[in-house]
Design a binder for this molecule. Structure first.
Ligand SMILES: [Zn+2]
Length: 136
C-alpha cells in the first residue's frame, strides 16, 4: 500500500544537518590567547581571551571552541554567557548567542575563560564548530 511521503519540517533538525556539513563547521575561525596568570590562593590560574570570526551567508545562534593545550587543564570559570568543561588537555567552551544572533560576517569577542594548570601552559590549537546556523 502506497503511503504519501511526508516532509518533515523541523528547524532544530535542519540546523543540526546544516551544522554537520563541512561548510558550516568552517564558517567560524577563532583564536585563544593566554592573557594573564593572576594568583588565586597560591595556585595560578590562567586567563584566556577568546575571539571568533564568523563568515558565511547565514546567521548563527551559537558556536563551540575546542582548545587543546600542551598539558592537562581544569576549567575554572568564565565571564559572559556560556558553559565550559575540560577533559584532559582539551577545553570545550560553548556559547549560546540566540539572544543576539551573530551576523553572516561578524567578529565576536567571546570573553574570558579561566583554567587551572601547571607551569608553562601553552595553547596548541583552536577549533571552532558552529552549533546554531540559521537563515533569515
Ligand atoms: Zn556560520
Amino acid at each position: 500500500m502506497y503511503q504519501k511521503p511526508t516532509i518533515l519540517v523541523n528547524s532544530d533538525l535542519q540546523e543540526g544537518v546544516y551544522a554537520a556539513s563541512g561548510a558550516a563547521a568552517s564558517c567560524f575561525s577563532g583564536s585563544a590567547v593566554i592573557d594573564s596568570t593572576p594568583q588565586q590562593n597560591g595556585s595560578p590560574y590562567y586567563e584566556l581571551w577568546l575571539t571568533g570570526t564568523h563568515s558565511g551567508d547565514h546567521y548563527s545562534n551559537g558556536c563551540q571552541y575546542i582548545i587543546s593545550f600542551n598539558q592537562n587543564v581544569t576549567f575554572f570559570d568564565m565571564d559572559g554567557e556560556g558553559t565550559g568543561s575540560s577533559n584532559g588537555s582539551i577545553l570545550t567552551v560553548n556559547y549560546d548567542t540566540s539572544a543576539r544572533a551573530i551576523k553572516p560576517s561578524e567578529n565576536v569577542g567571546h570573553g574570558r575563560v579561566r583554567v587551572t594548570a601547571g607551569d608553562n601552559l601553552e595553547i596548541i590549537g583552536v577549533q571552532m564548530i558552529e552549533t546554531g546556523a540559521f537563515n533569515k
